[in-house]
Each structure stands twice: as structure tokens, then as C-alpha cells.
Design a binder for this molecule. Sequence first.
Ligand SMILES: [Zn+2]
Length: 489
Amino acid sequence: MGRKLSLSFALYFGLLLGLCFSASAQDAKSVLQSASKAMGDVKSIQYSGSGHVGALGQAFTPGGAWPINDIKSYTRTIDYGSKSAKEEMTLVEPTPIRNGGGGPFAGEQKQVNLVSGQSAWNQPGNAAQPAVAAAEERQLQIWLTPHGFLKAAMENNATAKKGKGGTVVSFSEGKFKLDGTIDSQGMVTRTETWLPNPVLGDMPVETDYSGYKDFNGVKFPTTIVQKQGGSPVLNLTVTDVRANPDLALTVPDNVKAARIPPVNVTNQKLADGVWFLAGGTHNSVLVEFPNYAVMVESPLNDARAAGVLAEARKLIPEKPIKYLINTHDHFDHAGGVRYFVAEGATLITQEMNKGFYEQAWKAPRTLDPDHLAQSPKKATFVTFKDKYVLSDGGRELDIYRLPGDIHNVVMSMVYLPKEKILIEADDFTPPPPNAPSAGPRSHAGTVLLYQDLQQMKLDVATIAPLHGFVVPFSELQKAASTEVSSASK
Ligand SMILES: [Zn+2]
């Protein structure tokens, strides 16, 4: 017994000692140096191919995989020294559609996404569009590439330890923590970090690199798969790699001057006690009951939610927001839900969303702590399967699950029978008055919404959409019956 005990003690201390040694920065340095030699050091790199993208936060089923679109062509050029990158891709809708749901577009779409230092912009045509909110992630993505990871690790006092599949090298870049696995051949096979997300909190970003090949003296993976929030956002087959191409980006003046615009919330009275809250990309609707108020939708993030709530308090100062109604779990429509939970509102949503939110909201939120993380409160839910009615003091509000919706399996809409107002998300986005098109929204979804309304025999006079502009019902009728070209079906 005694000998056995001392043996396990010896093993234990030996193991501890081993861990201490292998976690040293000295080890990391030599691992990084030999990896850099094995992969071939470059100042800049360009890789091209094709594959798929997944639309983060747009799952057809709550908690499901992101909908997939195909990348017809893809080229990314990175200049490590100037911290610049240019990503060019042409996306096409896949046939058949995989994972269903809210693909961001129909037809073909060209994207050119750029970053240089702290500036990010998009330039698919001639004009540069600032992309201030994307700068942080695009900069981070440079350091998640195999060569970028090695360079950043060397500059940031990385540590190393043995892990699954090789040596795991870790370091911090600003507020972000990065881990990377280097295999016995000196190839970077995986990088991992976390990005803040309004729904998922500290969201894992895992990139796997495999099928390394020699491209004129530089080793590069032929398969790149990046998952965000556990589901692929990029799956790339690399067919061509160039070492040390030129990438001299000049940040356009309008990009340099760009800031995230302040939250703008406007109100439009639709009926007594009913206000349409717009002014940004996503709308909400405020409904007054005798003893409380109800908000329909809290989109985007805490900042939008705070603006929407402040507007509600201006319009109905004396009543609490008792309920928040959420139409579906897509992140652009659900990113502000937690804010209302922190403010004490009860969330009304279709029953399938509850489990997803409860699971997602368990994640830590250290990168960007939101209002609910700072003042924790247990969320209270009211769920329904197909229909829920709020009725009080002469006011009635009906929530319906939309049967057969193709955008989200449990998409819900809100109907005010007395006022004949329909509040809907994503199936019909009315353009501003006198504009020719509502943009790349699904025409099939608009047709289905119209057919559902006919079947349900809802008497709708006004559409209050959660994107776009308030219009009479006839506009939906017109849009649903208009033949469209195959590019926008
Ligand atoms: Zn959606």
C-alpha cells in the first residue's frame, strides 16, 4: 500500500513537473520557429478556391445548422505586415437548398470585404461602404490563418502545452484569446478563438485546416472549415495559393471618417395605443393595454433594445413593458431580447424557441457583457404552439404561428383584429414609397404569407412589417401576385 502510494505521488509530481515544463514560453518559441520553417515564411499570401458559406444566426430550426449558400469563386489576399486583407467571393444560392431558412439573398451576389488596421469596408462595386462593426472580426480573422497564427503567436508571448493532435499554442491578442494546434509535421491544423455575439455570448470560432500541400515552397491547407457557434460558416476547397503577392490597400476617406451610427428610433402612430417604432434596419411595434404595455420584437442588440425601450417610455411613461413578443429566433430579430428580460419583461415566443434561448443564454459573456449579464435575472417565458391571445380591457392581440413558413419553422406573426393590423417579419418587406423593389427578399415567402392569411380568413387592412415601411394590405396582395424573374424567386 505504502509503496503504491509513494509511486502514485511520484507519478503525480512527475506529471506536474512535466506540465510546467511543456507550458513554458521557451517551448512555444521553438515550436513556432520550426512550424514557420516547415510551412514556409511569407510576408503576404493569396489563396483561391470555392465552397460554401453558412449564414450565422439564420437557422431554419431553432438551434439548427446555419443555412448554406455556395461560393462559386473565392480569393483572399492577406498582407500580414500592414494588417490588411481583401476577401472576394461570388455567392450563389444552392440547388437544392440545404438547411432551409433565411439565406441572406437569392440569385448571385458578389462580395468584396476589406480590412486595413482598424478600418473595414465593403467594395463590391466602385463605392466603398464602411463596415465599422466588422473591423474587429476581420482583423482577428487574419491571425486565425495558419501563417497569421504563427506570426501573432511569436509577437504575443505565446505558451505551449501538449494537446490533442499536437502542441497547443495559446496567446492573447487584445481582448481575444487564441489557441492553435501544431501537428508533428509543423503544420497549423486548427485555430480557436471566441467572438462576442448578442445571442450566443462568447461564441466559439473554430477553424480546421487539413490536406496540406506544397504550393511552390509554401505549405497551405487545401481544406478550410470554420465553425462559428458550432456550425460551419465557411467550408473552402483551396485550389491555388500564391506566396508574397502585393496588397497595398488605401483606406478610403469615407471609411476613415465612418463611425457606428447612433441608434435612431422613430415612432409612427398606427392606431390608438399602437406605435410603429422604426428608424433603423429593423422595426418594433408598441401596443398599449389598460395596465401595461407590450413590445413586439427587440431586434439586433442591447443598443437597439435600449433605444426602443426609451422611446416606449416616452410614449407610455406610466406603464411597464410587461411582455416582449419575439417572432423568431434569427439573431437579427432576437439580439435585443435579453435586454427586455433584464428589464423584467416576460418573453412570449413559440415553444420551440424557449429551449434554444435557455441553452444559448447559459454561455459566458466575458468579451462583451450585456445588460442581462451585468444584472442577472432568470428569464420568464410564456410559450405557445400555434396561437396565443392577449386580451385585456377591450384590447386584443393575437399571435399566430405561420403554418408552412419557409423562412423559419416556427415563424410567428401578430394580428390586432380590431385595428386590422398585421405585424410580420421577413416574409414581406415593403419598399419605401415609390421605390421599385424591396431588395433581395424571398418572393416565395411573400406568396405563402398571402396564402396563409387567406386561409386563416384574417381581415388585414395594414401591414406593419418588421423590416421596411407600413403599407396597406393591397401592397402585399400586389407583391404576392407579381411574377418575378428567376433571380429573385
Ligand atoms: Zn429571419
